[in-house]
Design a protein around this ligand. Structure first.
Ligand code: SF4
Length: 761
């Protein structure tokens, strides 16, 4: 038909990948004569075949900058390998073959229901993802608990941020990755970056570190490898993998020994110092040097930089967190901040650089085994009562906490016999992946919703082709706790449906009569009510406000407290919502405030402005004090021995994202990072007798991965590194250790014992 000569206007949205959630605009591309690859269309009648990325400089977090992953993301929309029709495994051929949506959903409903009937409701599991929008995370959690009635739900975010979340909760009474906007990082005096290679994982964030240094601030990077990020540092500490906890204790010891404790802060705003102090004093610097390999003079230098600055921050990422002592390790770094008065103050504090796109929001809305929406605890009677009322069920009908992600995967085919999986590819991303693969294969029934036939989807009985980021609207909560609106710029191709539509259709088939909305904004309105009054309170956030304010930081109750005598319960679909901010409300990014402006307190109808900065007046614990953790060093779950003498650590590269399900399908990214490798020091390479590029087998008690050697002085001689984005013989997670942190249930991705062998070319 006819199409408009003018290009449709660009649509403001966000990158599909990491937790920076870079702002971008997508300009729908009308056909220019050729049909193009990208199916899809745009409401309003203008035919569209794809989108192109346009800079969106107004968005404050990335100010227009994108990394190669974000820039090339539209390629996945038009990829020839994306799924465009449901697949069902035929019993006669054993193969996945095209089916109608009707048949596919019927098969799933039947598979889940019959398993529940035969083995009990907890025999049905649900596995979600940290890339799902808030609406999907919420709907998936609700679906598991009220439609399936199972306790067995968890998600891959358990592998991402759970240790930092647990440490945050323990110390501050609340977990928001960064308790301040990312822009504050550029304005503090000293940043200690522990186990984050953000120059590769989220390159636009590097700018804040550059600005920090330009303003005279100092950067300390802690990483066993000299990464592109470590190259930027004023001081690079390279501890042995698995010893970040001892390192933090050694620094705290020196803080005490050198009289650098902020006694006034400790006295007024913390509890538990004597025990934490005693634990740190047992870790004298020479001992810490022996454990970590970091020389005492470097420890002293770090303490001087950190304490001489007027304000300082510690930011952790997966390095210290993905350990069987991840919670205590983060706790030790928080202790350092508390003892020196570097928390709960402007431009100071501890923060976690969450990894996945919705790593933050994904953990707040109920797809985590122990959480209900609003970041409520599933075993808290008041929380159960509140959420049950929103869902129209009795509190007693809600199941209790379930298994954590690895434990759930490990139970497949045994206690858990059917699984619905959305937004995750555990066959590549879970530890001890060959075992997880065999557990997945032993299921009675597996259904997977994804955009491509991932390695995990290829094992499924039913595969559902679902919409991608640019084809559906939803909210994401970035690493700062800033709730963002990811808008659709295209309609999905024919044959593709949204995850919310899928859940709605399954709920109807499984006899849920109260309605299960498929519209994202409708789900968000329900999420607002479910979160109201909880730690992660979204009740004051609307799609309109997010759009107008470039994101809103939670907690954001519907109104400032004193104004709403009926409390947050008064938010309902019917109630008229005042959803524009007062004209004088501060821009989210600038003022150092953590409470609403004073003049909004006495009016009746002002909405809450959101909370860019937490803890400036008090911490979120019962007594308002931050809690020290009395933590001590302990070894990794698996230390090197005669048989497995080398340490393996795993991580990420610039051009790939997580399990690679999307980025491995983008030509430009594949060219830049075509496959796994084993990074090893020349001394190790020489001992092994391998040259650059020769195949090396990395062997642990769990299995063997083979990849070409990349010889480099940028890694400790006792350690090898592998990126984990690939399946097949070079799958790093075949080798990794599923030993779990006792508190967060985080597996120990970052350290295990291996031996190296020459492998067949
Ligand atoms: Fe996307 Fe993260 Fe890259 Fe930004 S840094 S473009 S959010 S992958």
């Amino acid at each position: 038909g006819e199409h408009s000569p003018a290009s449709p206007a660009p649509v403001d949205t966000h990158c599909p990948y990491c937790s920076l959630q870079c702002g971008m605009a997508l300009r729908p591309v009308p056909p220019d004569g050729g049909p193009g690859d990208a199916p899809g269309g745009r409401p309003g009648g203008v035919e569209v075949v794809g989108v192109e990325v346009v800079e969106r400089t107004a968005f404050p977090v990335n100010r227009g900058a994108l990394c190669g992953k974000g820039r090339t993301a539209p390629a996945v929309l038009s990829s020839r390998v994306r799924l465009t029709e449901p697949l069902v495994r035929r019993p006669d051929t054993g193969r996945l073959e095209p089916a109608t949506w009707e048949e596919a959903l019927d098969r799933i409903a039947e598979g889940l229901e019959s398993t529940g009937r035969a083995y009990g409701r907890d025999a049905v599991g649900v596995f979600g993802g940290g890339g799902l929008t808030n609406e999907k995370a919420y709907a998936l959690g609700k679906f598991a608990r009220v439609v399936l009635g199972t306790s067995q739900i968890d998600y891959n975010g358990r592998f991402c941020m759970s240790s930092a979340a647990a440490a945050h909760q323990r110390a501050f009474g609340l977990d928001r990755g960064l308790p301040f906007p990312l822009a504050d990082v550029a304005r503090t005096g000293c940043v200690v970056l522990v186990g984050s290679n953000l120059a590769e994982t989220m390159p636009p964030a590097l700018r804040y570190l550059t600005e920090l240094k330009e303003a005279g601030g100092r950067l300390i990077v802690v990483d066993p490898r000299r990464t592109r990020t470590a190259e930027q540092a004023d001081l690079h500490l390279a501890p042995r993998p698995g010893t970040d906890l001892a390192l933090a204790l050694g620094l705290l010891h020196l803080v005490v020994a050198e009289g650098r404790v902020d006694e006034e802060f400790v006295e007024r705003r913390t509890s538990g110092w004597p025990e934490a102090r005693a634990a740190a004093m047992a870790h004298w610097p020479e001992l810490v040097e022996r454990i970590t390999g970091v020389p005492v003079p470097e420890l002293r230098k770090a303490v001087t930089m950190f304490c001489d600055a007027e304000s300082s921050m510690v930011l952790t990422a997966r390095g210290p967190e993905q350990q069987s002592k991840g919670t205590d390790t983060v706790g030790a770094w928080i202790n350092l901040c508390l003892a020196t008065g570097r928390a709960g103050r402007p431009l100071s504090g501890y923060g976690c650089l969450t990894g996945q796109g919705n790593g933050q929001g994904g953990r707040e809305h109920g797809q985590k085994a122990d959480q209900l929406p609003g970041y409520r605890k599933l075993d808290d009677p008041a929380a159960r009562a509140h959420v049950a009322a929103v869902w129209g069920v009795e509190p007693d009908d809600l199941p209790g906490p379930g298994r954590s992600a690895y434990e759930l995967l490990d139970a497949l085919g045994q206690d858990v016999r059917a699984l619905l999986l959305m937004g995750s590819n555990p066959l590549v991303s879970a530890p001890r992946a060959a075992h997880v693969e065999s557990r997945l294969r032993s299921l009675d029934f597996l259904a997977v919703a994804d955009v491509v036939l991932s390695e995990t989807a290829a094992l499924a009985d039913v595969v559902l082709p679902v919409a991608q980021w640019a084809e559906e609207t939803g909210t994401m909560t970035n690493l700062e706790g800033r709730v963002l609106l990811r808008r659709a710029a295209l309609t999905p191709p024919p044959g593709v449906r949204t995850d919310l539509w899928v859940l709605s259709g399954l709920a109807a088939r499984l006899g849920w009569e109260k309605g299960f909305p498929a519209d994202a904004e409708e789900v968000f309105e329900e999420l607002r009510r479910a979160s109201a009054g909880g730690p992660a309170d979204y009740s004051g956030i609307t799609y309109r406000r997010i759009a107008e304010e470039d994101g809103v930081f939670w907690p954001c109750p519907e109104r400032v407290e004193r104004d709403d005598p009926e409390g947050v319960e008064s938010v309902s679909a019917e109630s008229p919502l005042v959803d524009s901010p007062p004209a004088d409300s501060p821009p989210a990014d600038s003022p150092l405030v953590d409470s609403p402006p004073a003049d909004s307190m006495n009016a009746g109808a002002h909405p809450h402005p959101g909370t860019p900065r937490l803890f400036l007046d008090r911490f979120a614990t019962d007594d308002g004090r931050a809690r020290f953790a009395p933590v001590s060093h302990r070894p990794a779950a698996e230390e090197p021995d005669a048989e497995y003498p080398v340490l393996l650590t795993t991580g990420r590269v610039l051009a790939q994202y997580q399990s690679g399900a999307q980025t491995r399908r983008v030509g430009e990214l594949n060219e830049a990072a075509p496959g796994p490798y084993v990074q090893l020091h020349p001394l190790l390479a020489e001992r092994l007798g391998v040259d650059e590029g020769a195949p090396v087998a990395v062997v642990s008690r769990r299995g063997r991965a083979v990849a070409p050697a990349r010889i480099s002085r940028d890694i400790r001689p006792d350690t090898v590194f592998m990126p984990f984005h690939w399946a097949g013989p070079g799958r790093a997670n075949t080798v990794t250790n599923p030993a779990l942190d006792p508190v967060s249930r985080m597996p120990e991705f970052k350290v295990c014992a291996v031996r190296l062998e020459q492998a067949e070319g």
